[in-house]
Design a protein around this ligand. Structure first.
Ligand code: AMP
Length: 437
């Protein structure tokens, strides 16, 4: 199968070959034809499968074949949960539209809105956006979605995890009823199916790989270890293995910062990436990680979601996630593009229940090892860490007053905020980051 056989225009084929792609990935081969036919599509695919080109290429094809309206209203909207993903998708849109007469822009929170408004005023055919800033700018009257022909909801499962359901519903209301809809999600919970039912019209369903399966090229391993010895063990593994590019997942933002500091003290270059970091710090951390100046990126699930970091050799779960599907997303960061990868999980006694749930989901027993000096604590309780403990405590702590252009769904957070402690008065700037971790 070639890209040409999929029916894409010469201008797109030229851009694809400039990118160096020879053949469509499975999700592209499956999703592009129905999208080109104008059908709604529900796709099961996670980052790393080539899903972005799967919706961007046919979308650009359709728009370039259609009529360009004089004022250039937004004709395609791509909604993503995080700023990083928005930036990545936008970069792809730019590249694929090199030889087309189409304009694109990206808008997300946490940065000055003025340049974004200026871009919108110039006229934009394809808009990539996170929900918070999109609704904010729409509320300010600087953008209209009344001419949207194609709507893409990327990483829909993460959208729901981040509490964006209400925002998605608001966005739907300000678009024309008659439009083409594409929805991408890595997992398919009941809520996702319900959302899809509400948005999509007789969708064609496509999937890149069996639902919730782990990638064969990834070797998975569990180290049973005492909770208090995890930091020492992770430092030992990275130093002795001389690992150069490691993505470490922690359950909380606070945990990410703490671990990052310990790594740096141990002489390992590390950076943390999570919702409380400024956009500048996140971009810098990611750039450092990609160019090799930062060996370890410590991330929370939400911040890491959608990051395109090719050929990642090592992923470590400092804590295993209590949502089993997150495990699949996390380890999907390694072993990409045919390269082999290693996914390691440090598991203390109180995570045993979560480990069992993960093994059930992936349908296999993950091999266990114990390292001398880092043994599990035989007296530790196997009572699971309460759902959201730490994560929510962190959230409450970080519930500072927000400004209206905050990325994230402030509306759906209201009830939780109203129960939280009164925010302390301080002279710091309001938190513009996403608190939903
Ligand atoms: P995505 O899943 O959209 O984040 O894409 C993952 C990575 O695969 C990105 O670095 C893309 O540039 C790359 N990619 C997408 N499509 C292809 C293809 N057909 N051949 C080779 N690489 C691709």
């Amino acid at each position: 199968m070639s890209f040409k056989a999929l029916g894409l225009s010469e201008a797109l084929l030229k851009a694809i070959s400039k990118k160096g792609y020879d053949t469509p990935s499975p999700i592209q081969a499956k999703a592009i034809p129905p999208v080109l036919e104008g059908k709604d599509v529900l796709a099961s695919a996670q980052t790393g499968t080539g899903k972005t080109a799967g919706f961007t290429l046919p979308l650009l094809h359709i728009l370039s074949e259609g009529q360009t309206l004089r004022k250039r209203p937004v004709r395609a909207l791509i909604l993503t949960p995080t700023r990083e993903l928005a930036a990545q998708v936008y970069a792809n849109v730019k590249e694929y539209s090199t030889f087309l007469e189409l304009r694109s822009a990206v808008i997300f929170g946490g940065v000055n809105q003025k340049p974004q408004i200026a871009n919108l005023r110039n006229g934009v055919d394809v808009l990539v956006a996170t929900p918070g800033r999109l609704l904010d700018l729409h509320g300010q009257g600087v953008l209209s979605l009344s001419k949207v022909e194609i709507f893409v909801l990327d990483e829909a499962d993460r959208m729901l995890d981040m509490g964006f359901l209400r925002d998605i519903q608001r966005v739907i209301k300000i678009m024309p009823e008659h439009r083409q809809n594409l929805m991408f999600s890595a997992t398919f919970s009941k809520d996702i199916k319900k959302l899809a039912h509400g948005i999509l019209n007789h969708p064609v369903q496509v999937e890149a790989q069996p639902e919730n399966s782990t990638v064969d090229a990834i070797s998975q391993k569990v180290y049973r270890v005492a909770k208090g010895k995890k930091t020492g063990l992770v430092i030992k593994l990275i130093s002795e293995g001389d690992w150069k590019q490691v993505l470490v997942f922690t359950r909380t933002k606070h945990g990410a910062n703490k671990l990052c500091k310990k790594m740096i003290s141990a002489g390992i270059t590390a950076a943390a990436i999570h919702g409380n970091k400024s956009q500048g710090a996140r971009t810098k951390a990611l750039a450092g990680f990609k160019n090799g100046s930062v060996r370890v990126l410590v991330a929370t699930d939400i911040a890491a979601r959608g990051l395109d970091i090719p050929l990642l050799p090592h992923v470590i779960n400092f804590e295993i996630p209590n949502i089993s599907e997150d495990y699949v997303h996390r380890i999907g960061r390694t072993g990409r593009a045919g390269a082999s990868g290693e996914a390691i999980s440090l598991v203390s006694a109180d995570e045993t229940t979560y480990l069992r749930a993960i093994e059930k989901l992936v349908g296999e027993k993950i091999p266990v090892e114990i390292i001398e000096g880092f043994e599990p604590d035989p007296d530790a309780s196997t009572e699971p860490i309460k759902q959201g403990q730490g994560r929510q405590r962190q959230q409450r702590r970080s519930n500072k007053p927000k400004q209206s252009n905050t990325e994230g769904s402030n509306r759906s957070n209201k009830s939780r905020n109203s129960r939280s402690r009164k925010p302390k008065r301080n002279n710091r700037r309001p938190n513009t980051s996403n608190n939903k971790e």
